[in-house]
Every structure is written in C-alpha cells, then in structure tokens.
Design a protein around this ligand. Structure first.
Ligand code: IVH
Length: 675
C-alpha cells in the first residue's frame, strides 16, 4: 500500500462528508449528483484495492448499498433506478409541469398512480418461462443473488406457461416489492421477543432482514409476499405501464389492484389524498404513491437524470401521527450513566407497530414540551425506528394531571446523580451501577464493536443478574462456565457452543474496533479509528499527551479530555491489562505484505469461519499475494470452506476446484502445503 493511497482515501472521505453536510443538512449542494457519484466511485475503487483501509465510518459503508459477502453478485442488465420524491402537492404539480415541458408540444401525458409499498425491491428473471434468478437492488447496478430465498414466496410462479394472446413471451424480467403484512410482522416480532431475539423496527426492516437470511429454510417459515409492478422483455414492445400491469397479471403475477390511470394531475392529487387517509385500512404498509407517466414512448422521450427517471415520482405521505395517553415516565440508565426519560404510553397502533414507549432526550424536553402525567400527547413515527412525542394536546388536559418528578438518585442503583456543567443530561456516577454495566456490555459486544453473535441484550441482562459478568474480561472467562450456561433458561448446548465460538472469534477484532468497543465517552467509531490509526497501539495512546491527541485532524479537546480521563482510571487500565492477557488486539499490525505464497491465486470463501472474520481472511489472502473473489467460476483457484457452507461446495466439486479448510489455508500461507 502506498502512503499516497491512504492519504487520497482520507481526502476523498473528507470532501464527500462535506458535500453530504451541504446536501443533507444545509440543503445547499454545491456539486451535481453526477460529480458526487464520481467522487464516491473513486473512493470505492481505492477501498476495493486496499480493503484493509476500509473503516466503519467511510461514506462507502452507508446503507445505500446492501451488498454483503454472503451472496453472489448479480449485474442488473437494466439498472434498478430509484425515484425522486415529492413531499407536497405543489411538488407534485412541479413534476407535472416538468413532464409536460419535457414532451413535445401538445402531448398530454397520462399517469398511472400506484401505491408505494414499503418493502424491499426485487428483480426476478425468467428464461424460457422458468424463474432463473432473483436479485436485490444492491447499489442499482449490482445486486445480490437471493434466488433461493425468493423462491420460497408462495405467490410467485416458478414457471410461467406460454399465453397465445401474449405472443408467447417466455423470456422477461419482472420487478416489484417484497413485504410483510402488518399482522404477520407483529406475529414475527412476538416470536422473536419470546425467543429473546432483537425486534425488527418495522415491516420493511423485517422484509429486508428476511430476504438476506443465509438459510432459505428459515425464509420459507416466514410469510413474505410480493407485488410486481415492472415488466420488461425483448420479445414484445409494451406500450404503457398499465399494459405492463395487465401482462403481469395475465402471466400469473400478483399485482396491486389499487392503481388508477389518471388523465390529469388533479385526478392524481385526488388519488394521493384518498390513500393518505385510508392507508391505515390496508393490511400492509404504504409510505406514498408512485406516479408514472403511462406511455412507454413518453417515458423514453423523457429519459433519466442521474439515478432516477424523469417520468416517475414518489409522492411521500406525512409521517403518521396518533394521540395517546402519557401514563408515566420511567428513567433509563445508559452505558455512560446518562439518565433519560422514557414515556410510557397507552399502547396504540401506529405505522404498522404497537407503540407503548417513546424516548424523550433529556429532562429539559419534559419542561420544554410542558408534559404532565395523564396528558394526551401526539406521537409520530417517521420513516424509522423510535417514535417521538410531538406535542401535548392541551385541549384534552384534565385537572387530574400530575407533575413529572425529576429523580434525585439513580433509578437502578440509587446512587447520586450529577449534572455536568454545560450539559443538560443527568448522570449516575456509581461505577458499579448494574444498568451502566449492561449498557457497556451491549455496546462492547455489538456488531460494529467486538461483534459477538449470540450475546444479545436479554442474555447480557441475565448474565449480569446472575453474576456471570461484571467486566468485559468476564466474557472471555465464560468458557470455563459452559455447564452453568447450558442450564440457563433458553440456552442449551448448541447455543452455548455457538456463543463460545463467537467469543473466541472476537479476539481477532482489529484494534480500531476494540478501542471503539471500550465505550470511551465521545469516542465513536470514527474517532476510535483515527486514534488507533495514529497511535498504532493502546500503550502509545495511554501515554499520549493532550497536545499529541489533539494534533490529529478532527480530534478536539472534548475527545482528548475524555480519553485522558478514561486512562487515568486505574480500574480501566486493569481491565485493559486483563483483556490483553486474553489476546485481544490492542495494536495495529502495519505490515502489509507478509509473503507472496498465494501469488496469482484467487480464493472464494464460503460458510462460517472459526479462525478469521470475513474481513480478516480477505486481508490475509491479499497480504500474501492472493486475490479474494466473490463468485465461483472456472477461473477460481480455491474454495475456502467454513461451517454450513451451502451449495458452493458442490459447484466447486463439479468444476474441479480444490477445497480448503481454514487450517490448510493457514498452512498454505506458511508454505507448508500447496494443495
Ligand atoms: S417504481 C424507476 N413502483 O420505492 C422506477 N417503486 O423510492 C422504480 N416502490 O426502489 C420503482 N412501490 O423499491 C415503483 N409501485 C411502485 C413501488 C415502488 C414501492 C419502491 C421501490 C423503489 C422505491 C423508490
């Protein structure tokens, strides 16, 4: 790796973040989408070349793309575009004007209005009538092969038969939206709760999570559904979007029947208004209406801008709101000891889920909103997860409402609370507070930190309550308590062994993530990465001065003081020492090329590995001269196989590609084996 590449990466990230800020925060973009995409692509290319420089805070790691290493990539021969949004009827009329301006004089566009299903988009290819493959949207150009999972959707034909009145079309692509019905989503979450698993925030997230499960058998247990709205074939020239829908239906696909062909924008508005109020009655979630120019010829004339067509727009509904009773306020203790008020509400159904709690950010918000227990409050759930209290409905306030008391002691450990200067939050300062410990452990084990699978919130709770866990180090001593763990409720041998394996694997977590996992106040993933990359080891960071820390770009006095405070605490140093004894990574191995034993060879990895994380094995392949690849072909030199490998093993056998386990791979690096 050249220094200039890493410098270039840092510069690009900074430029892109600046543009993100101008675009999303200031609403004042200073470059075109096209130029922005070019910058992002340049960064992506560099990071692909030097994957060990990818950090969790890179703009490339945002959820714009849903690619993971687990599925084969599929190139969309027709890009999967996204839609521009209209947030008001005025913006909708602007769209109508733009369409009319874009068409030749006198052309009157017709529109098709369709419900905007809140799910995940999917593209499905049929060859000779057979469902050949299905791919997620990915970044719009490359998606992931989720064929086996999509095939579990009962309403989707695996084969279509020739229809004479449809010119016997048998080779085509369909696209649509995969989703869960509201009721099914609630059932799924109830089961997850009973199993102590993390809940899905909304039906869309649960559909997105389900379609990417590794095991199609698990997928088939969940009642996914699909509506199709797009049809493309080389075999016949379709004239309009409503013809597309008719063809889809005739071929046996499920379409959403609530669409309307509109001759004027006034009719479109009427359609939008109608569904904005009646959407609650639908069994599935919609978040708007998609308006498409009906004539395919008109669509072609209008064309696309950047990644969205000019001939379609998504009219987005306002976030759903409901009024409900504020029954009580409870106080939650976070990992830093911050105490936050939680509103306990009379449960109401809102945007597909039952809401019974909402977070208030700090005690000041109670005062600002003039909240009292017994008030009726307006709650809102935007596109995402946590509902918020918008305001109090004072017209409904009764005399019986009571004042909300701000606690004087920690609600969990009863220790004293303090308010830091310049801060609105209240803090519990008892270091032994079990609530703080649970929060710290949840953070330490989370996916973006040590990534210990199987150690979810409720198990952490049980383990802390049963005195199994008092510090981070205790996690690494759990293996000596295997029998005791097996006897815990809902555990059993398999779950415990998987957990212990995952704990063992976490020892190879790279230093930047370990530093982030410690949970030093104000040291998020980005700052942890900068500190780790700069100092290269925890010992150098511990002995660094304020000035040395602040010399790092974007690290200011707030972070440096917090870091110094953290390391001046003897208990924290003791924990780091004992983590070191468990071989947790507290330094960066800056050596890039270790050997060239894998020179010129390509490797595909499949299944769950024990010795390496996916990133590490990729790194190991590259550091030793090899090339990690993401799909299997005749040209692949080796397949590295972990547990539960799936279908790739058979394919490799058929192609005569040698299969290695992790140990053989390690021997190969060391030059002790050349299979
Ligand atoms: S058309 C170029 N029609 O909304 C046209 N999209 O915000 C692309 N969606 O990625 C899509 N219902 O996942 C279309 N009736 C509908 C839709 C729909 C939901 C989703 C789709 C798309 C996203 C764009």
């Amino acid at each position: 790796m050249s220094n200039s590449a890493s410098e270039k990466i840092l510069t690009l990230r900074k430029i892109i973040r600046d543009h993100d800020y101008k675009y999303y925060i200031l609403n004042q973009p200073t470059i075109t989408d096209y130029d922005y995409d070019r910058l992002l692509n340049e960064l992506k290319e560099l990071e692909n070349k030097y994957p060990n420089l990818i950090t969790p805070d890179s703009p490339t790691q945002r959820v714009g793309s849903d690619l993971t290493n687990e599925f084969k990539n599929i190139h969309h021969s027709i890009p999967m575009l996204s839609l521009s949004n209209a947030y008001s009827l005025e913006e909708l009329r602007d769209f109508d004007r733009r369409v009319k301006d874009g068409l030749s004089e006198g052309s009157i566009p017709e529109y098709v209005c369709e419900l905007k299903i809140d799910g995940v988009s999917i593209s499905i290819n049929y060859e000779n009538g057979l469902l050949k493959y299905a791919a997620t949207r990915g970044d719009g150009t490359i998606g992931e092969d989720v064929t086996q999972n999509v095939k579990t959707i009962r309403s989707l034909p695996l084969i279509v038969t020739p229809k004479e009145d449809l010119h016997d079309i048998l080779n085509f692509e369909v696209r649509g939206e995969i989703y869960f019905e509201k009721e099914e989503f609630q059932k799924l979450n109830a089961e997850r709760e009973a199993n102590g698993e993390k809940l899905f925030a909304n039906p869309r997230n649960s559909a997105a999570g389900t379609i990417k499960l590794l095991d199609p058998k698990q997928v088939s247990k969940r009642p996914l559904r699909v509506f199709l709205y797009y049809f493309f074939t080389d075999e016949y020239a379709v004239q309009s979007q409503d013809e597309n829908l008719k063809i889809l239906k005739k071929l046996g696909f499920r379409i959403n029947e609530n669409f309307r062909v509109c001759g004027t924008i006034a009719e479109v508005e009427e359609f939008c208004n109608k569904w904005e109020v009646t959407r609650e009655n639908l069994p599935y979630e919609i978040d708007g209406v998609v308006i498409k120019v009906n004539s395919i010829q008109h669509q072609k004339n209008l064309g696309n801008i950047a990644k969205a067509p000019k001939w379609a727009v998504a009219y987005k509904f306002k976030p759903q709101q409901k009024t409900t009773l504020l029954k009580n306020i409870t106080w939650q203790v976070g990992r830093t000891g911050a105490i936050t008020p939680v509103a306990e509400l009379e449960p109401v159904l809102l945007a597909g889920s039952t809401i019974s709690r909402a977070t208030l950010h700090n005690p000041d918000e109670i005062e600002r909103k003039n909240l009292m227990i017994g008030d009726f409050v307006l709650i809102e759930k935007g596109g995402d997860v946590i509902p918020k209290i918008v305001s109090v409905d004072f017209s409904l306030r009764q005399d019986s409402v009571t004042k909300i008391e701000i606690p004087e002691q920690c609600p969990v450990c009863k220790g004293p609370l303090v308010k830091n200067v310049d801060e609105v939050a209240l803090y519990c300062v008892n270091r032994d507070c079990p609530a703080q410990l649970k929060g710290k452990l949840i953070h330490f084990t989370s996916r973006t930190a040590m990534n210990i699978e199987g150690l979810g919130d409720s198990l952490i709770e049980t383990l802390v309550d049963n005195n199994f866990l008092n510090t981070f180090t205790d996690i690494y001593d759990l293996k000596s308590k295997r029998e005791l763990l097996i006897n815990l409720e809902r555990m059993g041998e398999k779950r415990v062994d998987n957990l212990l394996t995952s704990i063992e694997n976490s020892k190879s977590t790279p230093f930047p993530k370990v530093l982030f996992a410690l949970g030093i106040r104000y040291v998020g993933a980005g700052a942890a990465n900068k500190l780790a990359m700069h100092f290269k080891s925890i010992d150098k960071l511990i002995s660094a001065s304020h000035e040395e820390i602040e010399a790092i770009n974007e690290i200011g006095p707030r972070i440096s003081s917090s870091v110094k405070d953290y390391f001046s605490d003897k208990e924290n140093l003791r924990i780091i020492d004992s983590l070191k004894k468990h071989n947790i990574n507290f330094f960066i191995d800056s050596e890039i090329s270790i050997s060239n034993t894998l020179e010129g060879k390509s490797f595909l990895v499949t299944g769950t590995l024990v010795k390496f994380t996916r990133d590490e094995i990729k790194d190991a392949i590259q550091k030793n001269g090899g090339k990690p690849v993401t799909s299997l072909s005749k040209k692949t030199d080796y397949l590295i196989v972990g547990d539960n490998p799936g279908s790739k093993v058979q394919k490799a056998t058929e192609l005569g590609i040698p299969i290695l386990d992790e140990d053989t791979f390690v021997q190969m690096i060391e030059g002790k084996s050349n299979v």
